[in-house]
Ligand binder design. Sequence first.
Ligand code: HAM
Length: 423
Amino acid sequence: MNDVLPEEMGRWHHAEALYARTMSLYGYREVRTPYVESTPLFARAIGEATDVVEKEMYSFVHHEERLTLRPEGTAGAARAYIEHGVHAKEPLTRWWYGGAMFRAERPQRGRYRQFTQLGAELFGDAGPGCDAEMIDMLVQFLRELRIPDVEVLVNTLGGPSSRALYRDALAQYLTPKIALLSEDSRRRLQTNPLRILDSKKEEDREAVRGAPALHEFLSEDDKSHFQAVRSHLDALGTPYAVEEKLVRGLDYYTRTLFEIVGAREKLGAGSTLVGGGRYDFMVAGLGGPQVPAIGYAAGLERLLIASDLEVPATVVDALVAPLGDAVAESLVLARDLRDSGIRCEVEMRGASLKSQLRRANALGARMVLILGETELANGDVQVKDLDAHTQETMPRDQALRVVVDRLKAASRTVDSRPPKETQ
Ligand code: HAM
């Protein structure tokens, strides 16, 4: 689990603001669900025979209630969707969310036990258009985040009947090879043979080489759905590759499945940025109506490792520097600046002008307002503009106006500040 220190927060806020902006452009509204849900919810939604449910959940019993720190956001979103009867109020629902998720995985670069997901879920449309729009939206977002070498992998798992046929065929193929499989996979041959395709273990990979492909078992409907997703992506000009072996670690998926990778040299292999897909039967499986759905989640820590974006760490825009006994006047001046939306700090430790200027630089401040004995006696302020390299003495009211005007013109007030990029 990580600490995020203040100097890193600029990039976090920037990415979060970009994400919220993207979501609103596509008509998604934010939803916030609890960090803790009942353990059986995750077991039912994600699947008993998944790594997440079998090994990675932080679960506990409290007064005989089985609870789990959410390992992902989809189960909770579907639970909330059902619980609040959302389908009856709005047949088509677009939700986004961001927040901490918890999985007891082996930590490594880009893999943490508490991590942050930015995700979205769309309920109420089974059509291939939303699949393509969602993938394209993500590609746009990753581009704005300046993530290099983005690659989209898509696949289809087919609907439940195609999958059942495939499951049987795969089990039949692997049963004679059972001795070659890892212990986990041997067990999963009974519970969920599709999981074996997702195994990273060398012995499992070897055993599934030459296994029948899911695509041979797809129904005509499943094939045409996938074909339509692809042609919509082509129309949007969104590059993608079909990866027929792509399966994901959660059991709820049906039909379209996708993963997005990028900046591989920074993240290393196996660090997917975004994973998602359709789950047309989860809502019904949790006791809700038959409502199709599709969604995804991106790991924010991974996005930030992958991103080339630099955000300057500006803490304040003005520093008020009392020299000598001018603290009271400086506090008043600083409050007037803040009333105009200027972020500022008063350096009250009685430091020399040189060290005040050093501090101004460290804080990213552009304007320094110096109050020395002479200025105090005359009701003046010395205004130093570190960008324009000017220094002028002027009456207090005028100084206030000049500082506010210059910072406003540079969009450096609290209300006018856009997320900034330096490159
Ligand atoms: P997931 O593939 O398990 O899908 O996770 C999505 C993304 O979360 C991953 O691609 C990765 O970027 C990030 N992530 C997962 N585990 C970790 C970790 N331990 N440390 C850092 N980042 C991590 C889901 O969670 C689904 N709920 C996505 C979804 C939504 N499908 C449909 N709707």
